[in-house]
Design a protein around this ligand. Structure first.
Ligand SMILES: [Zn+2]
Length: 332
């Protein structure tokens, strides 16, 4: 049916469209269903590697500063946000979790936020269920860094393991930082109470999984498809990954950028970085290299589903969302 035929048949008129979808056996999604256990997963085929991007929900900040762009003049921030079509009043970030199926392994990259973000987070399990999986199926979990939105889903509110059969994998450098006697936050721009909270949360969680962790070095390939690389600053051991199969690949840059304006203004930074200046330097290195190489990037918090490129317009960098057309299935 071409557009003219569709118009002639009246299918586009709202009433008849609803009627016709119901006649075809489609179930209309109600508001209740969306608020229930339904959530979202997107299949992403990288070469022959089956992966999924699962939503764990969103992080919502009532005000952008000083968490982001601390010390930047408000009018400059507002101007940049408006250029990028972002709200000046609040900031929302997705929490995207990747799942990789490799032979008999089901590997998650992080666990999402668990019960710590209330209704906004903890959607990873319903998202897994949309592809017919439950937490018992997960064999391995690779932790990118030990922040609450990445390790908060290790335990449930009753302190029980959510993924009972999983082995955890974490970079030695990240583990050693959090488990050291006094993790150094002297180069962060956040306050000490936020640092103390992060430290005690990470120490507690890593201690809980201590006998289930395998520590890895950067460059040591995991599961014949994941190459970890150090991208320090956000945390000292913040790990990014090249995910590859049959010559196809993407680079998962994890928390290098939380928002598109950190791509256009990398110096503005965030209080969430353990070392503010180091995080700026890492951001700039990645921007230069990956824009020159036109690398397909994946990110934990940039607009859903987190896929995109860093492009250059004149001398300015910007985040370009990956254009995809099948809403539930991407092949690269
Ligand atoms: Zn994060």
């Amino acid at each position: 049916m071409n557009r003219r035929e569709i118009l002639k048949s009246g299918v586009l008129a709202t009433g008849s469209l609803l009627l016709s979808t119901e006649r075809m056996g489609f179930k209309r999604i109600t508001h209740d269903a969306v608020n229930g256990e339904t959530y979202i997963a997107l299949k992403l085929l990288i070469g022959e590697l089956e992966t999924y991007i699962l939503s764990d929900g969103i992080i919502s900040l009532a005000s952008i500063q000083p968490t982001f762009a601390p010390g930047t003049e408000e009018s400059r921030l507002t101007n940049e946000l408006s250029k990028l079509h972002l709200s000046p009043k609040q900031m929302e970030m997705g929490i995207h979790v990747m799942l990789i199926r490799k032979e008999d392994k089901l590997i998650l990259l992080d666990t999402g936020s668990g019960h710590h973000f209330g209704e906004n987070g903890g959607k990873l399990i319903p998202s897994l269920q949309t592809i017919g999986l439950s937490p018992e199926h997960i064999t391995d979990i690779v932790i990118t860094h030990a922040h609450i939105d990445h390790i908060g889903g290790i335990l449930n509110a009753e302190d029980e393991f959510i993924f009972p059969h999983a082995t955890y994998h974490l970079a030695k450098k990240e583990y050693n930082f959090w488990m050291s006697e006094k993790p150094d936050f002297s180069n962060a721009k956040g306050n000490q109470s936020a640092a103390d909270f992060n430290i005690s949360f990470a120490k507690n969680m890593l201690a809980k999984i201590n006998d289930r962790i395998q520590l890895f070095d950067y460059g040591q390939e995991l599961f014949s498809c994941l190459i970890p690389e150090l991208a320090e600053g956000h945390t000292p051991g913040h790990t990014i990954f090249t995910i590859h199969s049959r010559g196809k690949f993407l680079k998962h840059i994890v928390d290098t950028f939380h928002t598109p304006f950190l791509v256009s203004k990398p110096d503005w930074g965030t209080q969430w970085d353990t070392d503010f200046d180091q995080a700026v330097a890492t951001r700039k290195n990645i921007m230069k290299e990956e824009s020159e190489n036109s690398t397909l990037l994946m990110s934990c918090h940039l607009p859903w589903p987190g896929l995109g490129f860093i492009d250059k317009r004149g001398k300015d960098f910007y985040w370009r969302i990956y254009p995809y057309f099948n809403p539930i299935n991407i092949t690269i």
